[in-house]
Design a protein around this ligand. Sequence first.
Ligand code: PLP
Length: 388
Amino acid sequence: MPPDASAPFLPYSRPLVSEEDVAAVAEVLRDPIISQGARLEAFERAFAEKMRAAHAVAFSSGTAALHGMCFAAGIGPGDEVIVPALTFAGTANAVRYLGGTPVFADVDPATLCLDPEAVRAALTPRTRAILTVDFAGRPSAYAPLRALAADAGCLLLADAAHAPGATYRGRPVGSDLAAMTAFSFNPVKNMTSAEGGMVTTAEAARAARLRQFRVHGMTRDPDRLEAPSPGGWYYEQQFLGFNYKLSELHAALGLSQLRRLEAFNARRRRLAAFYDKALAGLPLRLPTAPPDGLHARHLYPVQVLTPPPRHRDALFAELRAAGIGVQVHYIPVPMHPDYRRMGYSMAGLPHTAQYYARALSLPLHPAMNDADAERVAAAVRAFFGASG
Ligand SMILES: Cc1ncc(COP(=O)(O)O)c(C=O)c1O
């Protein structure tokens, strides 16, 4: 059956907002405090608890959280940070905001996360951190990456924008698997605060630095002041920070969504399991789940194995024409013109390059019903001439 072009557009992701979420946000507007209040603290406490982290510090976006995390890791000019080439550019941009140098390493083609062997080859005496990405919601190879970081005397940091609720060997992503972990709550993520982010860490000193970074580097904490306080109005800017605060409106939405994170992820996993079955036997490489952890299934990226003209670009065009909002995650960071102009290239990144040529993310989000998933699978099967 040809795809039905009149069917409503199905995005690859969208937020699932409930009446409870609406009520939580509306309640804030009846309160005199709409920023820096009790909801922010409650959201941070609840998130830390869920991720089994000692501290969680909220930011105005995932990118701001990454920036804060890199700052708290002490990254500055002359420091190298190893990042996967396969990620949203924001991961590497955070290193550059601080004058650091991103060093791109290849991914393991089986997991699409940083390949520890590629990381080992990229280490230099200037490596200050390894910044891994839990790509598509799959936990990174935390144990080997931690061992490499420990041997090299650098920090392991994580970008878990895709992976709230994922676990690695029984421990949640965001616990103490990395020195710090950054999350994003933008509207396409597994849970949303409209815009927002969070950094989790086991260390109180890092949490304090993160909190200060999001308010211009300022503090009014009497124990931390550098000069004697002349009065109750007094505060100090002790380093250059930013205004990266999360409002009470955003925090209320994030806190409300957090309560449903497990249900959202369970639905994502059921949809992924449906695709696994419905697409088996086609000339596609399907994403796999880790043997020793829980996948957060942020994305369902398939790789199209057939050559042109029945390649990825053709499947992308056909599905989009049928109103199915497939997307390519991501253009490898070194391929962006801004990075090319800095001298970056895809040399030494064969797995990322091959993945990028073949990849397509199918719609996957908890607002999808079974008929939506069947519609996607039928359209993919039809492309390959298989019956629906
Ligand atoms: C892997 C990754 N890192 C960082 C970000 C940045 O998050 P945000 O859009 O909240 O700034 C995103 C999302 O866009 C992402 O997918």
